[in-house]
Design a protein around this ligand. Sequence first.
Ligand SMILES: Nc1ncnc2c1ncn2[C@@H]1O[C@H](COP(=O)(O)OP(=O)(O)O)[C@@H](O)[C@H]1O
Ligand SMILES: [Mg+2]
Length: 501
Amino acid sequence: MESVLEFQNISKYFPGVKALDQVSFQAHSGEVLAFLGENGAGKSTLLKVLNGDYQPTDGKYLLDGVEKHFQSPHQAIEDGISVIYQERQILLELSVAENIYLGRMPVNRLGFIDSRKANEMAAGIIEDFGLPISPAAKVKDLSIAYQQMVEIMKAYSRENLKVICFDEPTASLSDSEIESLFKIIEKLKSEEKIIIYVSHRMDEIQRITDKVVIFKDGRYVATVETGKVPEAEMIRMMVGRDLGDIYRNLERNKKIGEVLLEVKNLSSDYVKENSFILRKGEVLGFSGLVGAGRTELMRAIIGADSVRGGEIFLEGKKIRNRSPREAMEHGIVLVPEDRKLQGILANLSISHNINISMLDANSSRLGFVSREKEETQALKGIQDFKIKTHSPDKKIVELSGGNQQKCIVARWISTNPKVLILDEPTKGIDVGAKSEFYQMICNFAGQGLGVILISSELPEVLGLSDRIIVMKSLKIAGEINAEEATESRLLSLGMIGEVQE
Ligand SMILES: Nc1ncnc2c1ncn2[C@@H]1O[C@H](COP(=O)(O)OP(=O)(O)O)[C@@H](O)[C@H]1O
Ligand SMILES: [Mg+2]
């Protein structure tokens, strides 16, 4: 049966942000639609509106002519609409079959849950999908890719599935896992589902989608047929955002000095032969798609991943970082992307979090730091970074995301680095904390540090960097000076591998 999904003037406002602004378009069954747009264009928000995670501020959407109002993703799934997010939504402690039939496990005549029956039913779907997993396997024992497949099977197991959406599903998948996902998408397409596929990867879009829906700044721009419009043209349609005053108002004492760090042909198990320089007092942006290898290159520099070739020079002297500790001793520190996993010690106080570098914590070489010295350092951090708290003895988890992030930066700054590497430092923090952060970055550079800023937010790299390096497919694709940098130049380098106007 032919089905149609229709968005009519959907708007969604968050405090201070128009995430979606009067979005209207249609999707039809048997069609794979790509969503293309910069970070923050509103793609995820639209999917969250669609499946009842968010309520639209205005507008409506209809499936097969019937207006829908979902109060939760659960309701949406019951009605045949499923969104697969990047973050897994499954229960790791349960089995594959239990996840697929969660909340509707088959029961036997006595009313008891019939696990055997569930396993049999799940085995049928697993076979349809051609996957080598057992229905009784615990989900936590599966790879990330298979965990994602379980989510897809869960949606697929509903006979009434009509719409299935994937929000940047391949970021953490290997090539062969991507192939299995594409086979599944082909299958869903042949069964006349409506498929929405959010991705920045042009090669994927060209391969599996029929149409591309382009978004900019919360607005719908156009729908084009895949392959009919040149990639550079699609990129042009998604750019053109205003950078905003937030960057123009920053104060920067700009004194760019001699070469501080030189990386020559550096390779690890992940990145291949990358070279670049960083000067004193410089903010060097690193742009590129998620998965382009920016984090991996930095991890090789600080010795968190093994180096397989190449050289690193700091102030002209060749150095080797066999561990992040050695890098720190040389004056190179990395503030990692995932604050929750690699940054904060959630159960400890703000003071401890500022004082203990993770390296000390991990190497059990704690030594004895005087309580007084710790207190002084913590108070200095709180003051220097305007961390909003009444006491350094509060637990760090009680702070907002932005203030937690400041504590982590304070910790690394207390080691007196020469090179400060920030990996997506403003991810998940609010607008006010962001602008304070930007000023901090300017101040660090003003004090003569070399700052490397990895960011997937184009306005952020454009607004802060003196020079921008773009990575694509684990290699540096090119470099652009701030004066010549535009969103479309950065995007075309990162997405196509060459600068196109
Ligand atoms: N829960 C939220 N609260 C406040 N702002 C949000 C929320 N979710 C998204 N936004 C904002 O809405 C805009 C669109 O975000 P998003 O839909 O995630 O974009 P995309 O998926 O295209 O990268 C961004 O400016 C983002 O910061
Ligand atoms: Mg998104």
